[in-house]
Write a protein that binds this ligand. Structure first.
Ligand code: ZN
Length: 200
């Protein structure tokens, strides 16, 4: 979430060079809205592949791209890789321009780096929250999006271990945003259209 121009094969069977760049390659660009890969359903990653060097390199690349952007989440399709994988991380320094009251209202708290392969997300409870949201793949814009306040996710971490997390507030919003990416959905599909705005 906020912060190759060609759609790559969405299958894990794609040639390795198409899935991950070599170690010394420059960081891939973040794919922008309009690219086919952002609108396709990403493919499951076989459990046995998660610990492969190729997949580990992909995770490392995604973390770097997310941090350089910077963003609080990044899904594999956003660098042109159609696999069910995302990373997220929210650092205190990203919140420097927010107020304590705003953080409290949004339930925004620091989140250490997390990696989810093949996540399954469940929305919990009736409570909703509506806030401005942006996306690194819709660069330069934000809009109001209603999301569930609380969610639970189950997936596999970068070591191939089961990984479940139940969370509310801003991290739950990030989870919803990133899981949407794996199904070809962008926040602009869910936004209050008249709130769509350009930002600096
Ligand atoms: Zn996004």
């Amino acid at each position: 979430m906020r912060s190759i121009r060609t759609a790559l094969p969405s299958s894990i069977l794609a040639p390795s060079s198409a899935v991950t760049p070599p170690p010394d390659a420059p960081l891939p660009e973040i794919v922008q809205v309009g690219a086919e890969v952002l609108r396709a359903r990403a493919a499951e990653v076989p459990l046995a592949d998660i610990t492969s060097s190729e997949m580990q390199r992909l995770v490392k690349t995604m973390i770097e791209v997310m941090r350089v952007a910077p963003g609080v989440g990044l899904a594999a399709p956003q660098i042109g890789v159609g696999l069910r994988l995302f990373v997220l991380e929210d650092k205190p320094e990203y919140m420097a321009r927010t107020t304590a009251a705003d953080r409290e209202a949004r339930g925004r708290v620091p989140v250490p780096l997390k990696v989810f392969f093949n996540p399954v997300l469940r929305l919990l409870g009736e409570r909703k929250a509506t806030y401005l949201e942006g996306c690194l793949s819709v660069a330069g814009f934000v809009a109001l999006v209603e999301r569930s306040f609380e969610a639970e996710i189950e997936g596999t971490d970068e070591h191939g271990a089961p990984h479940a997390w139940r969370v509310g507030g801003w991290p739950a919003r990030i989870l919803q945003h990133e899981t949407d990416h794996l199904d070809g959905t962008l926040y602009i599909d869910r936004m209050q259209t008249r709130s769509f705005a350009k930002v600096d």
